[in-house]
Design a binder for this molecule. Structure first.
Ligand SMILES: C[S@@+](CC[C@H](N)C(=O)[O-])C[C@H]1O[C@@H](n2cnc3c(N)ncnc32)[C@H](O)[C@@H]1O
Length: 283
């Protein structure tokens, strides 16, 4: 799951209630992405998902539209594989990190990537794509049925005939949802990649079972005695059958589900569900 990071941003002035969170683009969706360097430190070593998206893009051919491109962890490998990629990203710090990474890349590779800052629910591009992807829990930042439906409409508008929509999401885990909100769950110290500060790290979990929102407070306590701060992250807990129904009602067909980038069918132990689907041929 995309979490455990730091931010130099000040903590929210007043404690945030779960009730005030749960809209696309709000603080619970974006605070976690204010520190792109830490994001890359924490998740930069993930390879299986990168390999999967590159393999799928090679099979289908480009162009590829990537929602929630982040710092380009998957965007650049796609371009390196010879594919044209359009990346859409809402968080400016993540997009800037992606642009910086691209600026350091060879010119031929830069020419294959176009980046847009924007909300995947609303951004309309004058182009259609063979493959639309939303890698690594991007859909968990859509908090309501309506927000998910908006995104699915955008996907449909941008797919070429015969194109595929591929995404992966963490499957809700009972033990996360049942955690005691009064308890701190400590994790090993971390060293910030830019400041070098050593930070104590702990998480708190609040789950709203009606809205199916999990709020994770990431708490950072500098070991040098500087003031601590906390970063909220809200993830909508999309249960697999809800996603299946939403895709079905939006007109997606041939849904292929696999587990944890293994290519195997999911079982009860699945962490990340990988969904690969298309649209029925038009009349
Ligand atoms: C867990 S990160 C994944 C980033 C990248 N796909 C990766 O695999 O490293 C989720 C990304 O989705 C972006 N995001 C969240 N809501 C968004 C929205 N409404 N429109 C576009 N991007 C969004 C976040 O800013 C963040 O960069």
């Amino acid at each position: 799951m995309a979490r455990q990071r730091t931010s130099n941003a000040a903590p929210p002035a007043a404690p945030l209630s779960l009730q005030s969170l749960g809209r696309a683009g709000d603080l619970g969706a974006l605070a976690h992405y204010a520190d792109a360097a830490y994001y890359d430190l924490t998740y930069g070593a993930r390879r299986q998902d990168v390999d999967h998206y590159v393999r799928r893009a090679r099979e289908l051919g480009g162009p590829v539209l990537e929602y929630g491109a982040g710092t380009g962890r998957i965007t650049l490998p796609l371009a390196r594989a010879g594919l044209e990629v359009t990346g859409v990203e809402l968080a400016r710090p993540m997009l800037q990190a992606c642009e910086a990474r691209l600026a350091r890349a060879p010119r031929h590779l830069r020419g294959r990537v176009v980046l847009h800052q924007g909300d995947m629910r609303t951004l309309r591009l004058e182009r259609r794509y063979r493959l639309v992807i939303a890698p690594f829990n991007v859909l968990l930042h859509l908090y309501t049925r309506q927000e998910l439906a908006e995104l699915l409409e955008r996907v449909k508008e941008h797919l070429l005939p015969g194109g595929r929509f591929v995404f992966d999401v963490s499957v809700p885990q009972g033990e996360d949802l049942a955690r005691d909100p009064e308890r701190r769950y400590p994790a090993p110290d971390v060293r910030h990649p830019e400041t070098g500060q050593v930070l104590g790290y702990a998480e708190r979990f609040h789950y709203d079972p009606l809205r199916q929102l999990l709020l994770v407070w990431m708490e950072f306590s500098p070991r040098d005695g500087s003031p601590p701060w906390s970063v909220p992250l809200t993830h909508r807990q999309w249960f697999p059958q809800e996603l299946e129904a939403a895709l079905h009602h939006a007109g997606f067909v041939d849904q292929r589900w696999s587990a944890d980038f293994t290519g195997e069918p999911p079982d009860a132990n699945v962490d990340s569900l990988v969904v690969d689907c298309g649209l029925a041929p038009g009349p």
